[in-house]
Design a protein around this ligand. Structure first.
Ligand SMILES: [Ca+2]
Ligand SMILES: [Ca+2]
Ligand SMILES: [Ca+2]
Ligand SMILES: [Zn+2]
Length: 683
């Protein structure tokens, strides 16, 4: 019956609603990829279509029995839900408040308590339905542990999620609706440039956890935080699929979605066109129900499920073969949704600022779960395991005046047990007054990280910076950034050196060795070099080294280890930066991953001897110049115009700090900004 699914029509977004490299690029938004994921499952498993047919037969049997008078009482089904926030950078680790806003919107939409029900046109009022389904955050995890229904995990696949995100963590799908919250979704076979907002599994008897649940972008979830400004309905739509509702345009003008009270729609809708009537074979011929949650209309447009959709969803929730166990009284007790919650405490916390300068306060954020009022025991230990702090407040802020590396542990004592979480060597405190080096400092990269000179800013669960004995430009080792394990997008961790004291910043020069290879010719990795003179409070970008200047020309597909001949040096003259303090110079290396291979750094020299290097003299400058792609205009404020040599305007934008420049055809250009004109060569 549903052996084939028409590919969902997508629509083009010409404006930069999503971050685009520069103005004018077009992105294709695909609101939902549930049909595409189903098609992938069919391709993998020839029995998948038969399983869908079995699901449909089960639903039809239940619906027939209801029509025969076996109609169930009106009952509100509650479903335990767990959100797994799979973050990559801090921006992805969305707040509990944003999750709450998503749940509020979802439950209002489910119960037809949404504020926009009056927008439903009169012709459809009689078919509108309160689905009588509610989603409740689980309070007990699969092992009897306390939970607030929100898990947070660092996961590289957040950038390009599909079912690869479901292996860890996944809670039993017969007990919980699992929702994985990610930055981006990338299904096999989806064209490049497609932005998928979410997808859900359709139920069948025995569906494994790795296929089940919902994957959704965090900027489509709720109405606050990264989803600020709109009442996002993607979750409502995906929950519809989770309860085996189909798109109203399923099968085009044929009777595709198995619901007589949703008029057929030829193809997915977009926007909110109330004049739309794409199928005239319905009797009576009604307009398309663009208000239905199971179309692709805008968030502002959709506002209803129908009675037939409710019957199908309820059938799924009453079938023991399908999702019947979720809403059972026993499961609601087991997951803490109803009854007296009895669970074992779970200690958990986040360190918001793991790299500090002495004088800064260490901020510890409690993420624990327990019942009753637990007692907190925080311990901050020095590298030699001396207790530096022991406090019992929930979210302490602690002074760490002495430079060094520290461990943090939290023991939670609750009425029915205790639990401890250790984060060894998780905090580094740098001295405010830098170690004095004159006439130069040489970073040999021989010691394990972190150490007296080098530390990492790490948001990931494990740092991607390592000491490597496999390659060295100087001595026996270098620092490796394991970029080959990452996928393009973002700066997951930076290497920070210093602070260093210098007698004379007026002649300061930075020189360092680097080795790198690409995995494919189109990798656009960038090494960003920044300096700070206030112990990392603010950073000044001094150099961007694009992939083609960062390493050798060779393409290496296995994890890259450089040969001795493959090291390069880059120098940056810091003299013209006007660094205010000689006592606090810090240097930061951050690789913005573009899909390339490993990066190695060694022999980082800071000297006060002016070398034969290029000077940074302009307050506004283009880097790199000449460039091939990925050029940056650094330090710019205000309007930026790029003209070709005939004076024709080829690009215009507005800068507030660093600005990504467009990839223009090869040639010479003149860039105007803030009264300064710069010559720019594109190779
Ligand atoms: Ca229909
Ligand atoms: Ca019609
Ligand atoms: Ca070395
Ligand atoms: Zn859909």
């Amino acid at each position: 019956m549903h052996s084939t699914n028409p590919p969902a029509r997508t629509f083009i977004l010409l404006l930069c609603l999503f971050a685009a490299p520069f103005a004018g690029i077009s992105q294709v938004i695909q609101p939902c990829a549930s049909d595409e994921m189903y098609a992938l499952e069919v391709a993998e498993n020839p029995r998948r279509e038969a399983l869908r047919a079995e699901t449909e037969a089960e639903i039809q049997l239940i619906l027939r029995n209801q029509r025969a008078g076996d109609s169930p009482e009106s009952v509100v089904h509650q479903i335990p839900v767990v959100f797994h926030i799979m973050y990559y950078e801090e921006q992805d680790n969305i707040s509990d408040a944003q999750i709450q806003s998503a749940l509020t919107i979802l439950n209002q939409d489910m119960r037809r308590l949404n504020p926009d029900t009056s927008n439903l046109r009169a012709v459809f009022k009689s078919s509108a339905a309160d689905l009588e389904v509610e989603f409740v955050l689980a309070k007990i995890g699969p092992n009897g542990e306390c939970s607030n229904g929100i898990n947070r995990r660092w996961n590289i696949n957040s950038l390009a999620a599909n079912n690869n995100i479901k292996s860890s963590p996944s809670w039993p799908n017969t007990k919980y609706l699992n929702i994985w919250v990610v930055r981006g979704i990338n299904l096999s076979g989806t064209p490049a440039g497609t932005i998928v907002l979410g997808y859900s599994a359709f139920p069948y008897n025995g569906i494994p956890g790795i296929q089940d649940g919902i994957v959704i972008r965090h900027d489509q979830l709720g109405s606050v935080g990264t989803a600020q400004g709109e009442r996002h309905r993607t979750l409502t739509h995906e929950v519809g699929h989770y309860l085996n509702l189909f798109h109203t345009f399923q099968g085009g003008c044929a009777f595709g979605d198995q619901c007589a009270d949703t008029p057929p729609v030829a193809a997915s809708s977009s926007g909110c066109n109330s004049n739309q009537n794409t199928c005239t074979n319905d009797l009576p011929d009604l307009p398309d129900m663009i208000e239905n949650f199971m179309d692709y209309s805008s968030n502002q447009c959709m506002n209803t499920f129908t009675q037939n959709q409710k019957s199908r969803a309820k059938a799924v929730l009453t079938s023991s073969q399908l999702r019947g166990n979720l809403a059972s009284a026993a499961n609601l007790m087991a997951t803490g949704v109803s009854g007296t919650v009895n669970c074992s405490p779970v200690a958990d916390f986040e360190i918001t600022n793991p790299l500090l300068c002495s004088g800064d306060s260490l901020t510890l954020v409690d993420r624990s779960s327990s019942i009753g009022t637990p007692v907190y025991h925080w311990n901050v230990l020095s590298a030699s395991n001396q207790v530096v702090h022991h406090v019992i407040t929930q979210n302490p802020s602690l002074a760490l005046p002495n430079p060094g590396v520290y461990s943090v542990s939290l023991t939670l004592q609750a009425s029915n047990g205790s639990n401890t979480l250790n984060k060894p060597l998780s905090v580094t405190v740098r001295p405010v007054a830098g170690t004095s080096h004159s006439p130069w400092f040489i970073g040999t990269m021989e010691d394990e990280l972190p150490n007296a000179s080098w530390a990492t800013t790490t948001f990931a669960d494990s740092s991607y910076w390592r000491r490597s004995g496999a390659a060295a430009q100087q001595g026996q080792a270098s620092y490796l950034f394991q970029n080959s394990k990452l996928i393009a997008g973002g700066e997951v961790s930076a290497l920070v050196g210093g602070p260093f004291a210098y007698p004379n910043t007026g002649t300061l020069n930075l020189r360092f060795a680097h080795a790198f290879a690409r995995k494919a010719s189109n990798n656009n990795d960038q090494l960003k070099v920044s300096v700070s003179s206030n112990c990392g409070e603010t950073w000044q970008l001094v150099r961007i080294i694009p992939a083609f200047q960062l390493g050798t020309a060779a393409i290496v597909t296995t994890p890259y280890v450089p040969a001795a001949s493959e090291w390069k040096y880059t120098s940056v003259n810091l003299a013209a930066l006007g660094l205010q303090s000689a006592g606090n110079l810090m240097v930061k290396f951050a690789l913005n991953s573009g899909g390339g291979n490993n990066l190695y750094l060694d022999d980082v020299q800071l000297s006060t001897t002016l070398g034969n290097e290029e000077l940074v003299t302009e307050p506004v400058w283009i880097q790199p110049n000449p460039s091939r792609s990925g050029a940056i205009l650094a330090g710019a404020q205000g309007e930026v115009r790029v003209l070709d040599l005939s004076g024709r305007l080829v690009w215009k934008s507005y800068a507030d700090g660093d600005l990504a420049l467009p990839d223009l055809p090869a040639g010479s250009y003149v860039l105007h900004c803030a009264g300064i004109s710069l010559r720019w060569s594109v190779l």
